[in-house]
Design a protein around this ligand. Structure first.
Ligand SMILES: [Zn+2]
Length: 165
């Protein structure tokens, strides 16, 4: 499914939230939950260092939605995110009955960047969302935004000239 102007606007907000996370010492991930009518319902960013290690924005927003939205509202919502969900977040999204996901950069891209920079593998396999939750409608990545996110991750990991310094 092609992305429209509104999709790209929400993804840009996710990139800004990812940068906010980075500025606060967390990993550069940000997400926005949007209603069927296009209203921003909630947003969050990564808080693994400032709060606790499972505080990924996508799982935080799944918890928020389960508490604040009814079943129909959850199913009709769209979750925008700077980086494709990890398996924990994809499972939380599906268990919460949330709708479409649009991501700016993929899990495959992120694990590829980490390998390229000589970083240790993630403790969780980088499965695509649909490998975890096959019924979720998914769109992404967006090359121009993925490039911006790559730069944010480089800053987080202190990558200079393609290697960890
Ligand atoms: Zn996650």
């Amino acid at each position: 499914m092609a992305l429209n102007e509104q999709d790209v606007r929400h993804l840009r907000r996710c990139v800004a939230l990812a940068e906010e996370a980075l500025d606060g010492g967390d990993m550069a991930f940000g997400s926005v939950l949007v209603s069927a009518e296009g209203a921003v319902l909630a947003e969050d960013h990564n808080r693994i260092n400032s709060h606790e290690p499972t505080w990924h924005p996508e799982v935080a927003l799944a918890h928020w939605a389960a508490e604040h939205l009814n079943e129909t509202e959850r199913a009709r919502s769209t979750l925008y995110t700077s980086g494709e969900h990890c398996p924990m977040c994809a499972a939380a999204h599906a268990w919460a009955g949330l709708g479409r996901i649009v991501y700016a950069s993929s899990a495959e891209q992120f694990s590829g960047w980490c390998a390229e920079w000589g970083l240790p593998a993630s403790p969780v396999n980088p499965l695509a969302i649909n490998e975890v939750a096959p019924e979720i409608e998914v769109a992404g990545p967006v090359p121009e935004l993925a490039e911006q996110i790559r730069e944010l991750h480089k800053r987080y990991f202190g990558i200079k000239d393609g290697h960890k310094s």
